[in-house]
Design a protein around this ligand. Structure first.
Ligand SMILES: Nc1nc2c(ncn2[C@@H]2O[C@H](COP(=O)(O)OP(=O)(O)OP(=O)(O)O)[C@@H](O)[C@H]2O)c(=O)[nH]1
Ligand SMILES: Nc1nc2c(ncn2[C@@H]2O[C@H](COP(=O)(O)OP(=O)(O)OP(=O)(O)O)[C@@H](O)[C@H]2O)c(=O)[nH]1
Ligand SMILES: [Mg+2]
Ligand SMILES: [Mg+2]
Lengths: 291, 274
């Protein structure tokens, strides 16, 4: 546990004067390892450690807390600030409001689409789902089962119809039939798959979503930065949803993406059921990342 | 000439960062890099080449897996966390078995997730083999039992059983997995002859936790690493191999039934270190 190992690092420090350079350097070595093991991107860790060092060296050691606790709090506050500073909710001002979901294979897009449908119908919106995964076996069925559970309608692909064409048709239907929220579930894809990324760009051009949400597995590794950055450059992300936080992954990918791409985390997935969607709490994720 | 070599020699720091970027466990990366110049022993290979060999040696395996090594009516159980690629891998394995002249059956023991068994049913049509499924919400252990029973009754060589994704930190779900295994034991004491965990290459350090906890629940006999056709390098495999010593059997390289190849240490390390 990080705060315990930091306690050991600081155990010889008495409560007077400033934290010494040696104390801080030793403690930062522990922090660096903790962050890397939490899947924070190594470059983000480098920059973060430098930032924290400057802050920590300037601090007076308080008499009321142990130096280890004080240092941990300094790091935790820095992390919380980084994770929470771009906080923004969905843009729900348009009628109909469009939300385009995207992300890597198996990240949780379809399940999260069902969760958002539940959340927004409970809030009184007339929700329409669009099954834009035309590739994965039973992807359309999966979304339809979820839609049935939540009580919302789905636009399903016609044979031979492209994703942009489906998007256009869904948008028209939403406008003529009074839906005020449309969520597009897309198939999993790599940011390096140019043809599939172009499909997303074309869908975005057809539908003009106010919200373009990257769905990210909380256990994602170092490629979180490349994935988020590339998708952001190509389709312009407006938000992030972090899934599978009910697992025991530390969630460092969220910090990596926030630091480099700066896209706000809207919500977090905490289970497989449609009600398992919660608000994002930067302070909770910060202490989870620190371990 | 040795002067030029120094100029394009990667620094230890650069190599360590390459390992970190590939999701190699930070402590393991530091150890390997610290021992690197010693491992080179003044020979004239580049640091990168020595590092490659060190890593290949860590993953080198004795014998590759073949379906023919399995006994008749063998049972292969596929497990792992949510979204790692189990259902797709189950279908790919059935396809590979057919290619090797083995007659497989699939078991759709994911009775929980929306369209979980529908997905495998569609795959069965695409692959050209039968699938045993149960009603949505039915007992997964019962479906697994039925699949193994059908394998024996229909005289199939092999049954590959797909299970629902589950978080390894959820005791009731891990208990269900034990129950599935006990259920298979009831039909055939040695079943499942193989239990493979499907790991997603895009996942970071949590992959070790997954492998460790699943292995503690029901002993793993193989690892399949999927989605290696993306930009992630699955460096987590080094600490998993070191700690658990479970063979890495296959690599998933795409979404089609053909996109599964035997794991090969040299190809893997070449892909990781470029
Ligand atoms: N435990 C847990 N499981 C989740 C969560 N979100 C999604 N899942 C599960 O993760 C798996 C993958 O979810 P999907 O919704 O199919 O993922 P996807 O991104 O649509 O997958 P593709 O369409 O194939 O790219 C399923 O088993 C879901 O039930 C979560 O927050 N917690
Ligand atoms: N590119 C690529 N995609 C893969 C690979 N293996 C699986 N996938 C994709 O990953 C997503 C999830 O695959 P599934 O087979 O549904 O995963 P699962 O483990 O059965 O998921 P759950 O049953 O929901 O836990 C799908 O979009 C698959 O097409 C692979 O090797 N490469
Ligand atoms: Mg999906
Ligand atoms: Mg599955």
């Amino acid at each position: 546990h990080l705060s315990n190992s930091l306690q050991k690092t600081f155990k010889n420090l008495r409560g007077y004067g400033k934290l010494s350079e040696k104390n801080v350097t030793d403690a930062l070595r522990e922090i660096r390892l903790a962050l890397l093991e939490a899947d924070v991107h190594f470059q983000v860790v480098k920059d973060f450690i430098r930032q924290v060092k400057e802050k920590a060296l300037g601090q007076e050691v308080l008499a009321s807390v142990s130096p280890g606790q004080q240092f941990t709090k300094c790091v935790q506050d820095e992390l919380t600030e980084l994770l929470g500073r771009d906080h923004k909710a969905f843009d729900l001002s348009a009628n109909p409001t469009m939300i385009m979901m995207l992300g890597l294979h198996g990240a949780g897009k379809t399940t999260t689409t069902g969760k958002l449908a539940a959340k927004f119908s409970r809030a009184g919106r007339k929700v329409l789902l669009v099954a834009c995964d035309i590739r994965r076996p039973a992807a359309v069925e999966q979304l339809n089962v979820l839609a049935g559970q939540v009580g919302v309608d789905v636009v399903n692909p016609n044979p031979g119809e492209s994703v942009p064409e489906l998007g256009m048709r869904a948008r028209d239907r939403a406008m003529t039939q009074g839906y005020n929220l449309v969520i597009f579930d897309t198939g999993g894809r790599f940011q390096v798959d140019d043809e599939l990324v172009r499909e997303l760009e074309e869908l975005r051009d057809m539908v003009n979503p106010q919200n373009t949400v990257l769905v990210v597995d909380a256990a994602m590794g170092q490629e979180s930065v490349n994935v988020a950055q590339t998708f952001h450059e190509r389709v312009n992300l407006t938000g992030l949803i972090l899934t599978k936080l009910d697992g025991d992954a530390r969630g460092g990918a969220a910090l990596s993406i926030q630091s480099v791409v700066g896209v706000p985390i809207h919500l977090v997935g905490v289970g497989e059921k449609t009600e398992d969607l919660e608000d994002f709490h930067p302070d909770r994720l910060a202490s989870r990342i620190l371990g | 000439f040795s002067r030029d070599k120094d100029l394009d020699e990667a620094t230890l720091e650069e190599l360590e960062e390459e390992l970190l970027a590939a999701d190699v466990a930070p402590r393991l990366a530091a150890e390997v890099i610290a021992a690197l110049d010693k491992a080179r022993r003044g020979g004239n290979r580049s640091r990168r080449d020595v590092l490659k060999q060190v890593l290949i040696d860590q993953l080198a395996q004795t014998t590759p897996f073949t379906f023919s090594q399995l006994p008749p009516n063998a049972c292969l159980l596929i497990v792992g966390v949510n979204g790692s690629g189990k259902t797709t891998t189950t279908a790919k394995l059935a396809h590979l078995a057919l290619e090797e002249g083995i007659d497989p059956l699939m078991g759709a023991a994911d009775t929980f997730r929306a369209a979980g068994s529908d997905q495998l049913r569609i795959w069965a049509e695409m692959v050209g083999c039968e699938v045993v499924a149960g009603k949505q919400g039915s007992d997964a252990a019962a479906v697994a039992y039925d699949a193994l029973d059908a394998c024996i009754a229909r005289n199939r060589d092999l049954v590959v059983i797909d299970t629902a994704g589950r978080m390894h930190n959820k005791a009731p779900l891990m208990d269900e997995l034990k129950k599935i295994v006990r259920s298979l034991n009831k039909r055939v004491p040695e079943a499942p002859q193989e239990t493979w965990i499907v790991l997603d290459a895009t996942i970071g350090q949590n992959a070790l936790m997954q492998a460790r906890f699943f292995n503690e629940t029901i002993p793993l006999t193989g690892i399949v690493i999927t989605k290696l056709d993306g930009s992630s390098k699955a460096g987590c495999l080094f600490s998993i191999k070191k700690e658990l010593d479970v063979p890495i059997v296959f690599t998933g390289l795409g979404e089609r039934k053909e996109d599964l190849v035997p794991f090969e240490a040299e190809a893997f390390v070449d892909g990781l270190l470029g």
